[in-house]
Design a binder for this molecule. Sequence first.
Ligand code: MG
Length: 277
Amino acid sequence: MHRTATTLAVALFGAMLSGCQQTPQAHDQLDAVLWTQTSIEHELLYQQTYAAATRQLQPALADPQWDALAQAPRDLAGLPPALIVDIDETLLDNTPVNAKSVVDGGAYDYAEWYRWVEKAEARALPGSVAFMQAADRLGITAYYLTNREPGQEADTLRNLRQAGFPIKEAGQILTAGTAIGGCQRAGSDKTCRRQWVGERARVLLLVGDSYGDFIAAPNRLSAQRQAAAPYQAWFGQRWFLLPNPTYGGWYTAPYADRDELSDGEKRALKERALLLP
Ligand SMILES: [Mg+2]
């Protein structure tokens, strides 16, 4: 009896060990999505940032020279107050789409993304609705500069309203590549859209989760540092940056935005970008 129990215990222990020794298949997004969806730190960082941004609304409104656009000084007289916000991972949480690709063990699924936008069920990120409502009560018009595609405005409007954002019309949503005022930059660059808003409003604050929500520069850390240096004091004052470890320029920079490379090549280049002891 004793011998049988011992044999069984040894067999079980062996099975456990071999289970531990099997290396689980890695997914590049697992920890980033887990942190975003489940950590208290993520939740508090969003609340902290939006609380700080809310405190800046009154002083920004009261100072007629206050301008949050990175451009030459301009005549602000008579311009109504506005703010510029990004949508994805700034106001709306889309990480369920990333989570699905992690669980399915595949690459990010753009078909799933399009279905997600159509469903308009993304939830508001912590602190964002209260901030936007505070701005609305002060009579500040919000412009939503997003790299969602033209044609997705109606679904996006529906989602923003369902999530509690006080948006009045689809015209406040400026999607990727919107041709406005003879100024059109390809794809995700938001400079032209910021300029367009700047021609009709005094912009009090910018809020986003990506460098490109504030300023344009080539997608290299050294170039980005250099372009941001003159505006260092604006972060936390008139520019409010939120953390996004799931995607962004930083993710594609190690492989120089070359999407045609294989997953293996991309991972090797990302590993090569790491700093070692
Ligand atoms: Mg974003």
